[in-house]
Design a protein around this ligand. Structure first.
Ligand SMILES: NC(=O)c1ccc[n+]([C@@H]2O[C@H](COP(=O)([O-])OP(=O)(O)OC[C@H]3O[C@@H](n4cnc5c(N)ncnc54)[C@H](O)[C@@H]3O)[C@@H](O)[C@H]2O)c1
Ligand SMILES: C[N+](C)(C)CCCC=O
Length: 499
């Protein structure tokens, strides 16, 4: 069974989007169905009923059953299944990417890269699966202790709508490599591709119930977080929801990984390679229609190069091809939903009221193609004359809106860059190597870039400081967030009793 394409513009979802115990499942709730839209056209793709407590329980039970055999396999055996899953993803790259485009609205070029990132993540953790090991500690008298790295059990994954397939892979790959099973809940806005990953793991040889998908919104998510058999919650989404997740997990003293929002600074010094700085600023703001957590939306430019930089950024922003996200030539597709588009446009209006200058974009965009007229498009926006107090500079907009600010000195820009409760990412462009490292050392952000922005190789940890999150995704360290240490003391002599 596949998700059906009726023709290139008429894609409807006719198959169930939940998956547990090895099968697609329809939610029983017929009363609370919500429409799922195609952002490019505004068409309804399907109606989605949320999973209730009983369905979440069935998915968790399936995951618990699968955990037993899976956690007993050697790392090499788990790796074999994961590598096979990666091969299947590679062979279905185009289909997964197109499905993602239809449900999310991002360009096909970007969607392909997201699918690649998902595959690479699974390959990377397959490689790490057989390296999981503990420590041997020598103690007096020939006694010793050793540690074992053991899985946690059933992990819950809860995803945001901006990278639906990639988030499902970034969470499941380290979880499965460590011997856990997972129940994943995608965003109800983008429910369509997670179930493809569930099928792929099964086809690759994973036991039934190893990776399950339950659909729904906050109620379904809270059933998952509160479920007594869920050992850990890994969440990607907004800060307010992250706070609730942490509160719910605290009831069961469950560990959490939180990948939350940001308002990251990108600092461009006058000695930068201007061409690369401009490219970096565009990559920092306009990927995925600006709906990227790590975006460097506060672009601080040193006064001496401000006008030259702004002129070039505006020229290239105006040249971004907006429109049908399935076309190869498109560089910016549709925002994820109508309410989200309205919210982003409201931020632009508010910026104007507060004294910012719209240097380009910031308007609703209606493509010439009549089939796309109901889509959620806007022109990418560059705001000039921004100051630190403006709403556009303080709050996460999560849309294609770049705020440009000018600065004079390194000391001043560092203070301003760090003046936020968030700390997901930060970037610096300069040719001065010493300055680059000095600045990065002082930036209070979990993911820092020197002379680039928004690259996320899966072998490198990614995550935030301050209110942007807890824990990391990707990289070797993430093994620690999906496993626990058991310490074993081994006595080789007599018990030295005090009694
Ligand atoms: N740091 C990262 O890696 C990263 C990546 C992508 C997105 N984000 C952030 O995500 C936000 C946008 O995504 P969003 O609008 O989907 O976020 P959101 O917080 O509204 O929703 C995220 C997920 O949480 C679920 N949810 C909502 N309330 C819940 C509750 N009470 N209990 C359990 N689950 C609940 C949603 O259904 C969804 O699946 C932005 O703030 C962005 O910065 C962060
Ligand atoms: C791959 N990107 C573009 C860096 C996105 C990382 C995930 C955050 O939204």
């Amino acid at each position: 069974e596949k998700i059906a394409f009726l023709d290139s513009f008429e894609f409807v979802v006719i198959v169930p989007l939940n998956f547990w115990a090895g099968q697609r499942r329809t939610s029983r709730d017929k009363c609370n169905k919500e429409n799922v839209y195609e952002p490019a056209t505004g068409r309804v793709l399907c109606h989605l009923g949320p999973c209730g407590a009983a369905e979440v329980d069935q998915a968790v039970k399936a995951a618990k059953l699968a955990f037993e055999p899976w956690s007993k396999l050697s790392g090499m055996e788990r790796a074999r299944v994961m590598i096979e899953a990666a091969h299947i993803i590679e062979s279905r790259r185009e289909e997964i990417a197109e499905t993602e485009v239809v449900n999310n609205g991002k360009s096909i070029t970007e969607a392909r890269l997201d699918v690649d990132s998902a595959r690479l993540c699974i390959e990377y953790y397959a490689g790490l699966a057989s390296t999981l090991a503990g420590q041997h500690v020598q103690l007096p008298g020939g006694s010793f202790a050793y540690t074992r790295r053991e899985p946690l059990g059933v992990c819950a994954g809860i995803g945001a709508w901006n990278y639906p397939f990639q988030i499902a892979a970034w969470k499941s790959a380290p979880a499965l490599a460590c011997g856990n099973s997972m129940v994943f809940k995608p965003s109800p806005v983008t429910p369509v591709t997670a179930v493809l990953l569930a099928e792929i793991y099964m086809q690759a040889g994973a036991p039934e119930g190893l990776f399950n998908v339950v659909q729904g919104g906050q109620e379904t998510g809270s059933f998952l977080c509160h479920h007594p058999d869920v050992a850990k919650v890994s969440f990607t989404g907004s800060i307010p929801t992250g706070q609730k997740i942490m509160e719910m997990a605290s009831k069961g003293v469950k560990p959490v990984t939180l990948e939350l929002g940001g308002k990251s600074p990108l600092i461009i010094f006058q000695d930068s390679d201007l061409e690369n700085a401009v490219r970096g600023a565009l990559m920092a703001n306009f990927l995925s229609q600006g709906q990227v957590c790590s975006n460097g939306t506060r672009v601080f430019v040193q006064r001496e190069i401000l006008s030259e930089f702004v002129e070039e950024v505006v020229r290239r922003t105006q040249a971004i091809a907006i429109g049908d996200p399935l076309l190869e030539s498109t560089r910016m597709g549709a925002l994820v939903s109508r309410p989200h588009l309205e919210k982003v446009l409201y931020f632009v209006e508010k910026a104007k009221e507060e004294g910012a200058t719209v240097l380009c974009g910031g308007e609703r965009f209606v493509p010439a193609d009549p089939t796309l007229r109901g889509g959620y498009y806007m022109t990418p926006c560059v705001l000039g004359d921004c100051t630190d107090e403006m709403t556009c500079v303080k709050e996460e907009i999560f849309g294609p809106v770049m705020s440009v600010l000018s600065f004079e000195t390194e000391e001043e820009v560092l203070q301003r860059a760090n003046d936020t409760t968030m700390g997901l990412a930060a970037g610096v462009f300069t040719r001065d190597v010493a300055r680059a490292h000095r600045v990065v050392e002082q930036l209070k952000a979990g993911s820092c870039f020197i002379n680039n922005y928004n690259i996320t190789p899966v072998e490198v940890p990614f995550g935030g400081f301050k209110m942007s999150g807890i824990g990391r995704e990707n990289g070797q360290v993430t093994v620690e967030y999906y496993s626990q240490l058991k310490t074993v003391f081994v006595e080789m002599g007599d018990v030295d009793s005090l009694f």
